[in-house]
Design a protein. Sequence first.
Length: 589
Amino acid sequence: MSIRLNGAPASPGVAIGPAFLLDVEEIRVAKKEIHSEEEVERELKRFHDALNKTRRELETIARRVSDVIEGRQLIEVHMLLLNDPSMIAEVERRIRTEKVSAEYAVSRTLYDVLERFEDMEDPYLRSRSADIRDVGRRVIANLLGTEREALLNMKTPVILVSNDLDPSQTAGLSRKQLLGIVTDLGGVTSHTAILARSLGIPAVVGLKNVAEIVVPGQTVIIDGIHGNVILDPDPEELDYYTKLMERYQSAEREIARNADKEAVTSDGRPVELSANIEFSQEADQVRKFGGRGVGLFRTEFIKLIAPGMHDDEEMHFRAYRHVLEVLDPDPVIIRTLDLGGDKFLEEVPTRERNPFLGWRAIRICLDRPQNFMMQLRALLRAARFGNARIMLPLITHREQVLQVERMLNTLAEELDSSGIERGEIPPLGIMVETPAAALAIDTLLPVTDFVSIGTNDLTQYTLAVDRGSPYVSKLFDSFHPAVVRQLELVIRKCREAGTWVGVCGQMAAEPLAIPLLIGFGVDELSVATTMIPDVKEMVRSLDSRRAEELAVKSLELASAEEIRSLVLKYVEKRYPEIILDEIIRSGEE
């Protein structure tokens, strides 16, 4: 009997294939049996390798917190648990006698120990279960690293199932490995959704418990148009979704055939249509899908895809040079490192109580000028190979822009005095992602060359909604009047000042948002590369004067539902059927 689940449609399309579980839960692992003595010895070695790796991790953390007595004591407790001979012996016994994988043996041993601790009457001893869980999580995470390697080496693509995915887990994955993605957590603007759209594969997120239910290899259907996921589909469901998948792919091919046409409204107004990319190799696909340059190059992914590289400047320089050369003379907007929030590396180990309101993006860069100047040097060196622009994330203060400008001037002089070739200092722009930047845009425009609106974070900060949380995702709505009015304000102020303004968030590809953005007067829309043909088709079907009337009217409405309804009435007879079906069905869900 099939199981039907519903979540948030994060990337459109339909996929059918076997499930592949990745880092499914803290200590829950699917049972994997082994058979030969050779496999037993291999699993024992994997277990001890993971123990050693975990010891090294804890030793590194201990050095970092050497001045904090409580932190050092906590790590010492974890080390004692990790070296507990009885627990080690029990895991070894399970591998040998039960013939199971190392991660499953660790998982079952931990469950047994945790049950005993949680039944204890002494509250202090009961509280130690958190330490056991944390140590176990670390060991299993080191064992499951091989799962990602297995995914990268898959001969046939799979449906990736996980509790959640972070950028470091998904960096380097491609359509060769993935048919689609489903996760328990996340929202339509989470990095899982961004990855799926950039790869052009369907995704459904915010399913809450799919990772608890699914079994490795189980047949899964993803309906990324309506947010449905079906496990073990019956023959009728399989037939229906196979036909829906064929219909969707046929419609997409038809739209793609028009990819080389200009992005111009029906009454002749041109709109720049650019790509959002994470990796330099994606530049090779931008023109193929009909895009004009790059509106957002997320540079933090360069580090995530090659965490072992030490020569960061050369790594960044080569990535920027490739994109600039491939797309020259089209503009390439390169965003400086946007770490923090939900994107962490070893260089940014801090885990704050509220990371989205804390140390992230430009704040980290300016607090760590040596790391930041490395990136700026690479940008200056690469700038001579194409039409580069530099964009700063999470700008809230005018002085932040001026500080970066001074750094660029100083670095340019240093490169010149060292005889190192560079390009002209690129135009310096900002992302508008907070109400602070939107409401005070007139104070920022005199010190910036261009503006790009990040609608994902702007919505998050305006509505006080964590965009990755499944608990409040229903409140995340970029059509909320507070968000729409800020969009209008920023675009109007930019036009009055003669400053170029684009949109690089999810709204740039949202069918009902595109008429509003064009009506407000945006210069550019930047979307996932694979979405460019669809967005171009929508732009070409619109009349800019009618869009302007809709945009003005939207400012008078009191709810997101009213704004959507207003736009839907206009596009119903204009958009292709497959796009209208996506809008209408998602509204019904």
